[in-house]
Design a binder for this molecule. Structure first.
Ligand code: G
Ligand code: G
Ligand code: NA
Ligand code: MN
Length: 252
């Protein structure tokens, strides 16, 4: 209960900060975007990771406010990057429960207008499992956003049970392959084969395919050999504060 009270206060007082992790074309070593990830800076100065408060925010009805703030902070980051000559989109995680709210579209629209950010500079990430749960509603709302040019990423792909064939009926532009495949592919031939199939079919169906959690050169090279050239992970950079992100982008 104490934590919930603190969380509510943090959300109201901008205590939840967006960190940004670069996404790269690691074949050409060029920056292609960032993912925004929420970080709670607790009152004692320590960091609370999202797995310890996102679920609480969802169950207590605070998630929409939190995610709106992530969109707003991401818009500001987009414009700060633009000011130093870096023009790349930022993707924001959204809860499925939020996308299906009737006013989500209008809220999102006015936020982008207020912050003066075009639709094609912001992307949404939604996990595969949430897609499956509320399929038709989520898809209707996402397709309206996609029509405006908002990129839609399906997150943690491969951990749920949706097929790629079924995905092609949904309003998705990018598949993010879950890190568990990347981590296991060097030990498990089965995972290697699944990964190969996801990458090939994903590309054939016209999706952008991004791998998550790349930590080693070997993983990077294996992904390249499978035709996957886009990804993010500690090998390239950890999620960073806006200040660090700007320095990183400038040096890059
Ligand atoms: O950064 P980290 O590993 O701790 O993130 C873990 C997970 O928490 C992410 O994969 C994502 O699904 C979720 N998450 C992180 N930031 C946000 C956010 O701003 N909104 C929502 N809804 N989920 C987030
Ligand atoms: O959206 P998603 O649940 O996939 O969030 C990605 C999470 O994974 C974030 O919490 C982020 O901090 C974390 N992450 C990003 N890159 C790496 C990596 O290379 N290794 C590990 N262990 N975690 C990572
Ligand atoms: Na994500
Ligand atoms: Mn993910």
């Amino acid at each position: 209960y104490e934590l919930l009270k603190d969380l509510r206060e943090a959300i109201v007082n901008d205590g939840i900060v967006a960190y940004f992790q670069p996404k790269l074309d690691f074949k050409t070593n060029t920056l292609i975007g960032f993912e925004a990830l929420a970080r709670w800076i607790y009152k004692d100065g320590t960091f609370i990771p999202p797995d310890q408060f996102i679920a609480l925010a969802e169950s207590s009805g605070l998630i929409d406010k939190l995610d709106q703030q992530m969109v707003r902070q991401s818009c500001r980051a987009i414009n700060a990057l633009k000011a130093i000559g870096v023009h790349v989109p930022i993707s924001v995680n959204v809860a499925g429960s939020e996308i299906i709210r009737p006013d989500y579209f209008d809220c999102f629209n006015s936020l982008l207008a207020e912050e003066d950010v075009p639709y094609d500079m912001i992307e949404l990430e939604i996990t595969e499992s949430q897609f499956i749960e509320e399929k038709s509603y989520i898809n209707a709302h996402l397709s309206a956003l996609k029509d405006l040019g908002v990129g839609i990423n399906i997150d943690d792909f491969g951990t749920g049970y949706s097929s790629l064939a079924y995905l092609s009926t949904l309003s998705v532009s990018t598949i993010k392959i879950d890190h568990s495949f990347v981590w296991r592919m060097d030990e498990s031939e089965k995972d290697w084969k699944i990964l190969k199939m996801i990458i090939e079919l994903g590309h054939n169906l016209g999706f952008n395919v991004i791998a998550e959690g790349i930590e080693t050169e070997q993983q990077k090279n294996h992904l390249l050999s499978l035709g996957c050239e886009h990804g993010q992970g500690y090998l390239f950079a950890k999620p960073m504060s806006l200040e660090k992100t700007l320095k990183w982008a400038q040096a890059d």
